[in-house]
Design a protein around this ligand. Structure first.
Ligand SMILES: NC(=O)c1ccc[n+]([C@@H]2O[C@H](COP(=O)([O-])OP(=O)(O)OC[C@H]3O[C@@H](n4cnc5c(N)ncnc54)[C@H](O)[C@@H]3O)[C@@H](O)[C@H]2O)c1
Ligand SMILES: [Zn+2]
Length: 378
């Protein structure tokens, strides 16, 4: 946690059916992590809900009927095109068709793409209506559904348009995660490791101890995993809701290099979590050079990422990634600002990193972690 973290406390309660409920004094979002949440929508929010559901072509058929009574439903195309302005225009047309009013509610039912697009529609429809997020991917439950960032992609770049519009409720039903494709599930695991190495090293140990049940998607273990990540995300965003003090930048561990890898690969071959995993390893190797991490700890992070099936090293030449690094919002005047992990403490945003050192860490090939040699997907 950051130096101001003590000012922020997340209240945790256990609900009737064993759900974990989190609320942070100053933040407008209540988070419930549990099983079988969608059919209990009314009792969880304490209102007679009749939301307009935004899902995608996978999550609509899978979960669309669970929330019960609804005003209408709009299905987005799956994948990043679900966040294009034309897809969001499609949501507006459906909202207009249903006569959605200022007092109505949008319920986002899907992964991060659906959450961002539905959230953006909720932020802008009649200048902002109530939003409930029901994230159905690990990435969305552990990260993107909490914190109020909504957005859309333009042909010129990802997430270039957006608004802060926190959901009133984030209802994370871990049972939904059981149908995720393995490749999609591991994208969320990269974010979980980010919380461990970036915020709370005890959580990293817990991930190591529970890697087997996590990969088997044991619901009890997922409940703990999602609630711990949600607690950390709530804590950090409550410290710095609008990304002004720098606290929220800590959540970008692995993301500066990660975003550059995603962009350099044309947002195709390198998926977000995979790119964050390799970016985190670059940050860890940089931390080793800066005297912030011990070699054993770098190996430890690498072993955990690898056990989750995540890649450890970029496979795109530095010259191809560097132009995208320079476009990153966290680069100031050509010198990198990077989140660097620290041994047993929270990570820190630093702006004194020599570019040559970053290049060295980027280009280093890990010969071995524990005797086995490693390639991109080891
Ligand atoms: N707002 C934020 O703070 C924030 C933070 C991180 C990432 N994001 C955004 O999140 C997006 C990535 O989110 P994502 O990884 O969830 O991707 P996604 O929404 O594209 O979901 C991945 C795939 O899984 C399918 N799916 C969803 N739930 C499923 C389930 N339970 N079972 C089976 N299939 C399911 C979807 O249809 C999709 O094909 C990116 O657009 C990224 O920019 C936003
Ligand atoms: Zn991320």
């Amino acid at each position: 946690m950051g130096k101001n973290a003590r000012q922020v406390t997340v209240r945790t309660e256990t609900g009737e059916q064993g759900d974990i409920r989190l609320r942070c004094g100053s933040f407008p979002t209540g988070v419930v992590v549990g099983r079988g949440l969608l059919p209990r929508l009314n009792s969880l929010t304490g209102r007679d809900e009749c939301p307009f559901v935004v899902a995608d072509e996978i999550t609509g058929p899978l979960f669309g009927d669970y929330p019960g009574k609804r005003k209408g439903m709009h299905l987005l195309p799956r994948g990043e095109k679900g966040k294009s302005l034309s897809s969001i225009g499609g949501i507006y047309a459906s909202l207009a068709g249903c006569g959605m009013e200022r007092t109505d509610t949008i319920l986002a039912l899907g992964g991060g793409v659906t959450g961002d697009a539905a959230g953006f529609a909720a932020a802008t429809w009649m200048r902002g209506i109530r939003l409930i997020q029901c994230p159905t991917t690990l990435l969305a439950q552990a990260d993107s559904a909490i914190g109020g960032k909504t957005g859309a992609n333009l042909p010129e770049g990802k997430n270039l348009v957006g608004a802060f519009h926190p959901a009133e409720w984030v209802l994370s039903d871990v049972e939904c995660l059981r149908s995720q494709k393995e490749e999609d599930f591991r994208q969320g695991l990269a974010e979980a490791v980010k919380y461990g190495a970036g915020e709370d090293w005890r959580f990293l140990s817990w991930l190591e101890e529970n890697a087997g049940p996590i990969l088997r998607r044991d619901c009890g273990v997922l409940l703990r995993l999602v609630s711990e990540c949600s607690r950390m995300k709530l804590t950090v965003v409550s410290e710095d809701e609008r990304e002004q003090t720098g606290a929220r930048a800590r959540l970008n561990l692995g993301h500066t290099v990660g975003h550059a890898l995603e962009a350099a690969s044309g947002f195709g071959r390198w998926k977000h979590g995979d790119a964050v995993a390799a970016g985190m390893m670059v940050a860890a190797r940089l931390a080793l050079r800066l005297g912030e991490l011990q070699e054993n700890t770098v190996r430890r992070i690498g072993r955990l990422l690898r056990s989750f099936g995540l890649p450890l090293t970029p496979d795109i030449p530095w010259e191809e990634t560097a132009p995208y690094l320079a476009m990153d919002k966290k680069f100031t005047g050509g010198s990198p600002r990077l989140v660097i992990p620290g041994e047993g403490k929270p990570c820190r945003l630093r702006d004194d990193i020599p570019l040559s050192l970053l290049r060295e860490a980027y280009e280093e090939r890990i010969a071995a972690l524990d005797g086995t040699s490693l390639s991109m997907y080891s």
